[in-house]
Design a protein. Structure first.
Length: 100
């Protein structure tokens, strides 16, 4: 029976960003553990962003609006006020938290 190949996306090296087969589970697990490759569906850390801290102002409302990272938080009062559950005071608290 032929060996099953495992598809991973290389993070470093000449094949960075490309999906390619790894010859077996042990080699694939080693590549992931050493940070050389990732599973195809995983979001690279540099793309994922910084999760909203637990104590971030109006965090629940931001999460409900689909904003999960600091990088995704709108940077103006008007954009923030357009989100459900975010008023002028909450928008000011969010912007102050982003400046810290």
């Amino acid at each position: 029976m032929p060996e099953q190949r495992i598809m991973l996306v290389d993070i470093h090296g000449p094949f960075a960003g490309q999906e390619r087969p790894y010859r077996n589970k042990q080699v694939a697990e080693n590549a992931i553990a050493t940070g050389y490759a990732r599973l195809p569906g995983d979001v690279p850390p540099e793309v994922a962003g910084t999760s909203l801290p637990e104590n971030f102002p109006v965090r629940d409302e931001l999460l409900a609006a689909g904003i999960e990272t600091l990088e995704d938080v709108p940077r103006s009062v008007s954009e923030l006020k357009a989100l459900p559950g975010v008023g002028k005071v909450a928008a000011a608290r969010i912007l102050a938290a982003l400046e810290r």
